[in-house]
Design a protein around this ligand. Structure first.
Ligand SMILES: Nc1ncnc2c1ncn2[C@@H]1O[C@H](COP(=O)(O)OP(=O)(O)OP(=O)(O)O)[C@@H](O)[C@H]1O
Ligand SMILES: O=c1[nH]c(=O)c2[nH+]cn([C@@H]3O[C@H](COP(=O)(O)O)[C@@H](O)[C@H]3O)c2[nH]1
Ligand SMILES: NC(=O)CC[C@H](N)C(=O)O
Ligand SMILES: [Mg+2]
Length: 520
């Protein structure tokens, strides 16, 4: 049996910043493995991970409040290099004998820092005497630094814009190097992890594959595993990875929720059976899903109902397979972040992803989720590493709750059928225009709003259909896709002509944030 590769790790302690996950992204881009843990679990995570470096995120609180987030001093005594960002800098100063004050002018947006001393943090970026643009977002400011620290950069609003204790390798900045608006921030993070903390960028998809295969074998033993397979990127990659680990102990279960795209069920099962020699059970649960969802309009209630039904179906299917003890799902890191707010951390829940509720106590199944730490683009890279065809790896994401969260308000079989038809036309036009691979995700939303139109000289009073298409790398942030007008025009004409019940088509031009990709 292959031994898991021991790669280097960075612990990111989350103090509730809205951009904490961007720190993780920047490090992953450097081939550095990292995990985000809320400040309340920082010590446990430190002991479990034994990281080579620690990063403190920003956060909404003020260290001048007595009950603001703190960390156990074990984290300082542990001895690994530490990098504090914004609240992270303020915390380091407040905890180690410096001073932080509120009530100065807020500094929000672009600022210039002046480097006052050459530092490995700014190596190759800026030297003493030079300026560097950064992005700031703070109200408090550090007014005195702890003993052993020196100032390495200042700005108008932050006399201690960057500080360092070179002996203990503790560095901290008031600005946010993790955001794109700090143009050379990624290089500063690179300087910290590579040059200061001495990591080597040893985290590759090949290493991850090997490590997960060993981990799955160890977790599962001789037991059988059922894997929820949607035909989407994540579950296809999860299934192939698990199959590599345990071979015929794996059975895949495809659930037709009745909320899939038009003809999706046939396409997925055919494609999967053609490519892989993995047993696949096809469960038609459409009546059950549509039945239980009847009369429900609230988005979170829809999501929770769907999550529960998936689990019930998986439980029933597992009882038909002797020795089935595990349920595998293609859960990703963003699913977890948005549902639970950075691993149970201090930020807000945006929406409950159907696959993140955990399993009820009465169930004997245990979860196998080998992709739970990955972002979408990393899953695609892992898929390519595993030799999956582009037909799987390049597919647009499709959420488990499916069309249920694309029909705001009550879901009826008629509404589902209307949306399926319109959505199929939209995707067909996108493919014909050669734009499928330029778009991260595209879909239609059927609105519970009727408007007046005129068709063939007669008055119509029918529903509005919204089209959505976004570009993104990981679904965490997104921009609306800038279509050539003709494509939208062609799509709208075809939908209104061919789909009864729709007389108006609109295009959604909201980015994420402030919008989310899905409408519910
Ligand atoms: N119709 C389904 N049948 C069985 N399992 C499903 C179904 N839909 C979702 N799942 C399970 O839920 C997980 C999360 O769904 P999600 O949509 O995020 O991933 P995916 O469908 O595998 O990939 P993609 O994000 O590309 O659509 C899936 O990986 C799969 O395990
Ligand atoms: O499997 C899933 N179960 C869910 O409950 C769920 N909710 C959103 N999504 C998908 O996640 C990405 C981000 O979506 P949002 O911007 O709408 O949060 C987009 O790709 C969404 O399609 C889901 N996927
Ligand atoms: N972005 C941050 O981390 C802000 C830190 C602190 N809440 C301040 O306003 O100064
Ligand atoms: Mg999916």
């Amino acid at each position: 049996m292959t031994q898991p590769t021991q790669h280097q790790k960075v612990l990111i302690v989350d103090f509730g910043s809205q951009v904490t996950q961007l720190i993780a992204r920047r490090l992953r881009e450097l081939n550095v493995y990292c995990e985000i843990h809320p400040y309340t679990k920082a010590t446990t995570a430190l002991e479990a991970m034994q990281p080579q470096a620690v990063i403190f995120s920003g956060g909404p609180n003020s260290t001048t409040d007595a009950d603001s987030p703190r960390v156990d001093h074990k984290i300082f005594e542990y001895g690994a290099p530490i990098f504090g960002i914004c609240y992270g800098e303020q915390l380091i100063c407040a905890e180690l004998g410096g001073k932080v004050e509120s009530g100065h002018d807020r500094e929000f947006g672009r600022a210039d820092i002046s480097i006052v001393k050459d530092s490995p943090l700014f190596a190759g970026i800026a030297k003493a005497g030079e300026n560097e643009p950064v992005w700031m977002s703070h109200g408090d400011r550090v007014t005195a630094i702890p003993e052993g620290f020196e100032v390495i950069a200042t700005s108008e609003g932050a006399p201690y814009a960057a500080i360092a204790n070179t002996e203990k390798k503790i560095y901290a900045v008031q600005f946010h190097p993790e955001v794109m608006h700090t143009p050379r921030g990624a290089e500063m993070l690179k300087n910290f992890v590579y040059n200061i903390a001495g990591l080597t960028g040893d985290w590759t998809m090949a290493a991850y594959r090997e490590e997960q295969v060993a981990k799955i074998r160890e977790q599962v033993g001789d037991a059988k595993v059922i894997c929820g397979l949607s035909g989407g990127v994540d579950s296809s990659v999860a299934a192939v990875l698990i199959h590599e680990a345990i071979g015929d102990q794996l059975t895949c279960v495809f659930v037709d929720t009745g909320l899939l795209r038009k003809d999706e069920a046939t396409q997925v099962t055919t494609l999967f059976r053609e490519h892989y020699n993995i047993p696949l059970v096809h469960v038609d649960a459409s009546d059950r899903f549509l039945g239980e969802l009847a009369g429900i309009s609230d988005p979170e209630t829809k999501r929770k109902t769907i999550g529960r039904l998936f689990i019930e179906v998986f439980d029933e299917e597992s009882s038909k397979i002797e020795g089935a003890e595990f349920l595998a799902q293609g859960t990703l890191y963003p699913d977890v972040i948005e549902s639970l707010s950075a691993s149970g951390g201090p930020s807000q829940v945006i929406k409950s992803h159907h696959n993140v509720g955990g399993l009820p106590d009465y169930m004997k199944l245990k979860l196998v989720e080998p992709l739970r730490e990955l972002f979408k683009d990393e899953v695609r890279a892992l898929g390519r590493e595993l030799g999956l065809t582009e037909a799987f790896v390049g597919r647009h994401p499709f959420p488990g709750p499916g069309l249920a969260i694309r029909i705001p308000g009550e879901i009826t079989p008629d509404a589902v059928a209307t949306l399926q038809d319109a959505d199929a036309i939209y995707l067909d036009e996108i493919r014909k225009a050669g734009l499928y691979n330029e778009i991260w995700q595209a879909f239609a939303v059927l609105l519970p709003v009727k408007t007046v139109g005129v068709m063939g000289d007669a008055r119509t009073y029918e529903k509005v259909l919204a089209l959505r298409a976004v570009t993104s790398t990981d679904g965490m942030t997104a921009d609306f896709f800038q279509f050539p007008w003709e494509v939208l025009a062609r799509t709208a004409t075809r939908i209104i002509n061919q789909v009864p019940g729709v007389n108006r088509v609109v295009y959604d031009v909201t980015s994420k944030p402030p919008g989310t990709i899905e409408w519910e």
